[in-house]
Design a protein around this ligand. Structure first.
Ligand SMILES: Nc1ncnc2c1ncn2[C@@H]1O[C@H](COP(=O)(O)OP(=O)(O)OP(=O)(O)O)[C@@H](O)[C@H]1O
Ligand SMILES: [Mg+2]
Length: 280
């Protein structure tokens, strides 16, 4: 199961990614791969990992291109002209080539840090999007074995939707807060994800039904709301052992709802069509 967490800046993407990763790995005993795909590397910090002390997955670029028999430089769309490279989790833990990018958080939880925020971009003509290329191209052919889950924490807003990061995901979720801009961004993401032939789902964070915006949103998107998470000091402190009982029940509902999603069909082909359809 591959789950992506999107949403407006500050809506709670990293917090929900942290919470879900902890719940899966500690409560459900599910082998989980968390991917910190944001420049700020907040998910890493929430999970107690110093993001500056680990290898960054953006550096997998050269090795991946070699595995795919691609030239060292040039556009990644060339990837689709040769055979795809296949990966499996948890086995990639053991492989020298990808395993070195995994950090163990607990026996059931590994972390990959993209590590986008550095001087490589400032001092070159490289676009920061290109640094997401290894993860974007690996995910469609990453086979999650033995019931393992993947949880990816995103950059805020719609940028990575336009980049095509989400074709590999079985369940794409936007975190929504009860304020006008969070709901506006949720609608923007919903429209863009629909245009890519996928469905956007929602988790209502810092839930408060008295809020002016939430009842209307709940009515409009009732089929896509997977659950809610209440405001909880344990989440601000990233202390999983003291998460409120109501929130643990809310998490169980979210988990049960996500589990009903069928595996996405042929994600490699979907990304290929998307990439080849781009105007050069
Ligand atoms: N349910 C919650 N209860 C209490 N605090 C929360 C909750 N959800 C998020 N927060 C707090 O709200 C703030 C923003 O959360 P978070 O960093 O997860 O948002 P984000 O969407 O990942 O932000 P960014 O766009 O900067 O990556 C943090 O201080 C976090 O601790
Ligand atoms: Mg974040």
């Amino acid at each position: 199961m591959k789950v992506a967490i999107l949403g407006k800046g500050g809506s709670g993407k990293s917090t929900i990614s942290w919470l879900l990763s902890q719940y899966l790995s500690q409560v459900k005993n599910i082998k989980t791969l968390a991917i910190d795909a944001d420049h700020n590397m907040d998910l890493s910090t929430c999970l107690g990992v110093n993001p500056y002390e680990v290898k960054h997955f953006k550096d997998f670029n050269d090795e991946f291109r070699q595995l795919a028999n691609m030239p060292k430089v040039g556009m990644w769309r060339e990837y689709f002209k040769s055979s795809p490279v296949y990966f499996t989790y948890p086995q990639i833990e053991q492989t020298e080539i990808v395993g070195k990018y995994l950090t163990s958080v607990n026996p059931n939880l590994d972390l990959i840090v993209l590590g986008l925020g550095d001087e490589e971009i400032m001092n070159s003509y490289k676009c920061s999007h290109a640094l997401s290329a290894p993860v974007k191209h690996m995910l469609p052919t990453l086979n999650m074995e033995n019931g393992s889950w993947l949880v990816l924490d995103s950059v805020a807003g719609s940028d990575m939707v336009n980049y095509g990061l989400y074709f590999a995901f079985d369940c794409v979720i936007a975190v929504v807060e009860g304020n006008v801009n969070s709901i506006k961004v949720a609608n923007q993401l919903h429209n863009l994800i629909n245009k890519q032939g996928m469905k956007l789902n929602f988790i209502l964070n810092k839930y408060n039904r008295e809020n002016n915006f939430i009842p209307e949103f709940e009515q409009e998107f009732q089929d896509a709301i997977l659950g809610k998470i209440n405001t909880d000091l344990a989440l601000t402190n990233y202390d999983f052992s003291s998460v409120d009982k109501v929130n643990l029940r809310n998490l169980e509902t979210i988990f049960t709802n996500i589990k009903t999603f069928p595996p996405i069909q042929d994600p490699y082909q979907k990304l290929k069509v998307f990439e080849e359809g781009k105007v050069l």
